[in-house]
Design a protein around this ligand. Sequence first.
Ligand code: UGA
Length: 430
Amino acid sequence: VGTPVRQVAVFGAGYIGLVTGACLAELGHRVVIRDINPDKIELLRSGDVPIYEPGLGDMITRNKERLTFTLDLQETLDGAEIAYVCVDTPPSASGDADLSRLWSVVRSLEGATHLRAVVVKSTVPVGTGARVRSALDAAGLAHVGYAANPEFTAEGRAVNDFLHPDRIVIGSADEATAALIAELHEGVDGPVAVMDVRSAEMVKLASNALLATKISFINEIATLCEKTGADVEEVARAVGLDHRLGPHFLRPGIGWGGSCFPKDSEALRQLASNTGYHLQLLSAVIEVNNLQKRRAIQKLKDELGTLTGMRVALLGLTFKPGTDDMREAPSTVLAARLLAEGAEVSCWDPMARPADTEPWTSTSRYERPEEALEGADAAIVVTEWPQLKEVDWARAAGTMRRPVLFDGRNLLNPAEMRALGFTYMSVGRP
Ligand code: UGA
């Protein structure tokens, strides 16, 4: 009540743009979301959501009076006070982020002299904001404010993360713009951290790098637990009780994946090397993550003698449960290695799209985990979907050619699985 309603133009109807646009509409603002993909816009207009994100569809429906989806630039900018740039910034061949989509949005703002602020939410290299600022100045938009406003939402809980964030980071060179963006978030419950643009850009990359570091660290401790007889689950639980360390992102596993950690850690490494500095720690964090998948394959090889001609079941394919996202999923690396070794792959996932597994030749995809396990020489739990806890493992042991199971997510109980006759291996547990 009392907060001014703003007219916001959101560029990009991807994961970040949709969540940002829908949440800003939920806060009471009028939002126009623009994308250049006609199929996407048509889908959104018909009431469908092109990505799977809990709560997002309902939120879009609930706020449909305040939300417009369009291909049209004029319609997007008409009356807009704030332009949010939410396009993707994928890695390019050189390792640097590909900012072509961002630049095409910035160019399209020429003439939008009524704007009060341009805000970049896309993850970008430090220094991008300064370049956008110069481009706006050159385009006659020197009076329009600029802010970096990185996002910290995790897939599967993005709507909740947006409305209840640990912090809202706003980087701007001028107080009025920072205040405008802070005010836009009124109703969001989280502290606002205002800083300069470069620092805000760095917060995003540093946060993801530190989260990835925690995971790689516990994965390395897990390896050492295997060699020394300690139990990494006990270790992580007690380490996490130290409030200075915290319990989060200490779950050992088969390695981190997804659309953010791999891309952002590479981008940060590249950013550093562009300045002539080699990031020692982050390079090791990335290497440990690659090693984690090689170790999984090696464990099966040690157990089976060879992988050639073996049938291996991959259970869970998405980069984490609760999403259909296969980007940089550990399963894609495992499948490629297994196939290269001459193994046959059978797989199961409740949400991965068929198109994602089509390139894996000599791979059979099944509706139920039990079917993928039938006749397999070994299986890997790749993603900790809760459905895998419900599998009748006693029966499955009987239908497998060899009951060899590598639980890459420590989802199952070692004693129980061994009692069922499995040669059961997991990550860092005796
Ligand atoms: C991540 C961050 O958590 C968000 O804060 C950030 O905004 C987002 O990237 C982004 O940059 O957009 P997300 O990629 O959706 O979010 O997924 P996470 O839940 O963080 O998981 C990332 C990967 O780490 C997954 O493969 C997961 O299996 C793995 N992981 C996570 C572990 O192996 N162990 C853990 O303890 C936690």
